[in-house]
Write a protein that binds this ligand. Structure first.
Ligand SMILES: Nc1ncnc2c1ncn2[C@@H]1O[C@H](COP(=O)(O)OP(=O)(O)OP(=O)(O)O)[C@@H](O)[C@H]1O
Ligand SMILES: [Mg+2]
Length: 317
């Protein structure tokens, strides 16, 4: 078996220029079959450009992309039958109901054998089949968009920022749907700027910044390889405890006059601090040990924060 047939997606030295602007700069990676792959990066990093070259919509400036063993610039017609796409900023027909919309797309893609009720069930829209698109909340709209991407029972599904602009609850409901796709063994190519989303859903995360992939691996590997600390918080400490930690050579912060926050390198350090506090007869009421997350990995690698705001949803759930 060749690399091209082993993997669902093979991207080699992909570059895209828009005139003077180098939007994607020589990126290479592979996506295994059945894998959830997330391209994580801030606005303008080159996520949509990359995904839309891989799913045949845009043409690369240079480099090679193979999808399901086929060159994306040469076999577009064969490829689109085997993939599904939820574009960034998806929208649909305002006055058409959920069921009518899906029936239309089933006809459009010649997929009359697709079980429409199973599809509606999969994206959890059973109670909304008679609702017009214009009356759906942001989360329901995205779930309809995901259903449309699935009408042809695709092997690879591309989802470009499926939860951007959704409130936390609607976002979690979309995640449930995506976890269902993962269980069904679909290959999922996701773009996002939400690190919790990448951390929760993806087997592999590629961090993209200014058109370049700056780190790649499982969420655990990325955190392990790029951050070597733990944040310990001791809650409701008495004054003695702060002095004890400081005298041990750590650099504690006192938060709200009652909590100690201290960054340590090893779990052993946590143990040492707790023992020293106990030996000094000092008290604390609670403790929390937190590992760094992908947000901190991104910050460390780029010196910038990943934007993470959300806009209130429109309409009723
Ligand atoms: N069709 C286009 N023509 C010219 N420039 C473009 C085009 N599409 C994107 N760009 C530019 O290329 C860069 C990468 O854009 P892209 O949309 O790929 O980023 P992104 O990571 O998807 O961002 P976002 O999170 O905002 O969706 C940006 O500077 C953008 O302005
Ligand atoms: Mg984009």
């Amino acid at each position: 078996m060749t690399k091209e047939t082993t993997y669902a997606i093979v991207v080699e030295k992909l570059t895209k220029r828009y005139g003077e602007l180098l939007a994607v700069n020589d990126i290479s990676f592979t996506v295994g079959k059945g894998e959830v792959f997330a391209l994580l990066g801030p606005n303008g990093a080159g996520k949509t450009t990359s995904v839309e070259i891989i799913d045949t919509i845009r043409a690369p400036t240079s480099g090679k992309v193979t999808l399901l063993g086929m060159d994306v610039t040469k076999r577009k017609y064969d490829i689109v039958r085997r993939i599904g796409v939820l574009p960034q900023g998806f929208s649909s027909f305002d006055r058409i109901t959920v069921r009518e919309t899906l029936q239309f797309y089933l006809r459009l893609f010649c997929c009359m054998n697709t079980d429409i009720d199973a599809l509606i069930e999969l994206v959890n829209l059973k109670d909304k089949t008679k609702e017009q698109y214009k009356n759906l909340s942001g989360g329901l709209r995205q779930r309809l968009g995901i259903a449309i991407a699935l009408v042809n029972d695709p092997e690879v599904v591309f989802l470009d920022e499926p939860t951007t602009g959704l409130d936390p609850r609607a976002r979690r409901e979309v995640w449930e749907v995506l976890l269902g796709l993962k269980e069904k063994g679909k290959t999922v190519f996701l773009t996002t700027h939400y690190m919790e989303e990448a951390e929760l859903l993806a087997d592999t995360v590629a961090i993209i910044s200014k058109g370049e992939i700056i780190a790649m691996g499982s969420p655990g590997e990325l955190i392990e390889n790029n951050t070597k600390y733990l944040d310990l918080t001791l809650q409701s400490v008495d004054e003695k405890a702060f002095e004890v930690v400081r005298k041990m050579g750590f650099d504690p912060l006192l938060d709200n006059h009652r909590d100690i926050k201290v960054r340590v390198e090893h779990t052993d350090d946590v143990q040492k601090i707790l023992s020293a506090i106990k030996d000094a007869g000092a008290l604390y009421l609670g403790l929390d040990v937190r590992k760094p997350n992908l947000e901190e990995v991104f910050l460390k690698l780029t010196g910038e924060a990943l934007h993470d705001g959300y806009v209130e949803e429109k309409g009723a759930e």
